[in-house]
Design a protein. Structure first.
Ligand code: ZN
Length: 264
């Protein structure tokens, strides 16, 4: 599914409840791919560039928010077939090379009792999740500054979901791609609304919640997440009112499945 201009010149592609993005530098400028979904998202990429009246030859770089399997889908293939560099934070390179080997606070096993997780994970599997390959020879970016790729995103270090997780700010467009710093659909529980991802896929949820402070201070009215629809508003920790004065739980600790509990 392609959502054109989810934010200004940032297009959202959703595969198996997982978002990745095509960022245009300008009307005719180069393209940056932010995150790469699942392996079969490669087909979605072909359709998306066609719909945008562009070509894969316009793609100049891949930038990763983090290295989880559902964000690494066609990263390696883009390196090999499009001959473009892949960028990730320096502390993320280990996960980027092994997208299924990552720290997580909780066992994944209890989630398999949860019907929403099974449904979403089955869709991810159909899209090739189990066969994802990592990327080597990745260019490392730091915790601040801009990355010299089309769109020139500014790095906002938001660790916690993974140790090197980053968000990417496009201040001129009032938008930030937050990856899984917080999501509006938790694929592990099916929970809708902003929250940090369940402990089955989060290295340090306390740190992830702290990282929301870095996002709350940004001049961005729209947050583009790794899972779920865009979030219009400021992310904030806990049950504090949002920037617009509305009662907003901008991001909450996720519900976790408990032993003997049906669902979450
Ligand atoms: Zn993730």
């Amino acid at each position: 599914m392609l959502e054109q201009n989810a934010a200004e010149r940032i297009h959202r592609i959703e595969d198996a409840h997982t978002n990745w993005y095509l960022v245009e530098d300008g009307g005719t400028g180069g393209l940056t791919v932010v995150d790469t979904g699942l392996p079969r998202s490669w087909d979605s990429l072909q359709s998306a560039v066609k719909a945008l009246r562009r070509s894969t030859a316009d793609i100049e770089a891949v930038v990763l928010t983090h290295g989880h399997f559902d964000h690494m889908g066609f990263s390696r293939r883009a390196q090999l077939e499009l001959d473009v560099p892949v960028w990730a934070h320096a502390e993320e390179l280990r996960v980027v090379s092994h997208p299924w080997r990552y720290d997580h606070e909780r066992s994944r096993l209890p989630y398999f009792r949860h019907p929403e997780f099974v449904k979403i994970f089955t869709e991810m599997t159909v899209m090739g999740a189990l066969w994802v390959r990592g990327s080597e020879s990745v260019r490392a970016y730091g915790s601040t500054g801009r990355i010299d790729v089309p769109g020139r995103p500014q790095v906002v270090f938001t660790p916690g979901h993974t140790h090197g997780h980053c968000s990417l700010l496009f201040a001129d467009r009032g938008a930030v791609i937050v990856g899984d710093a917080f999501v509006t659909l938790d694929p592990y529980t099916g929970r809708e609304g902003p929250c940090v991802v369940a402990g089955a896929a989060t290295a340090d949820s306390a740190r992830a919640l702290s990282s929301l402070d870095a996002l709350a201070g940004l001049d961005a009215g729209i947050a583009l997440t790794g899972h779920g629809p865009p979030w219009k508003g400021k992310p904030a920790r806990g049950r504090r009112a949002g920037a617009g004065g509305r009662r907003g739980v901008a991001a909450r600790r996720p519900a976790e499945p408990r032993r003997g509990q049906a669902g979450v």
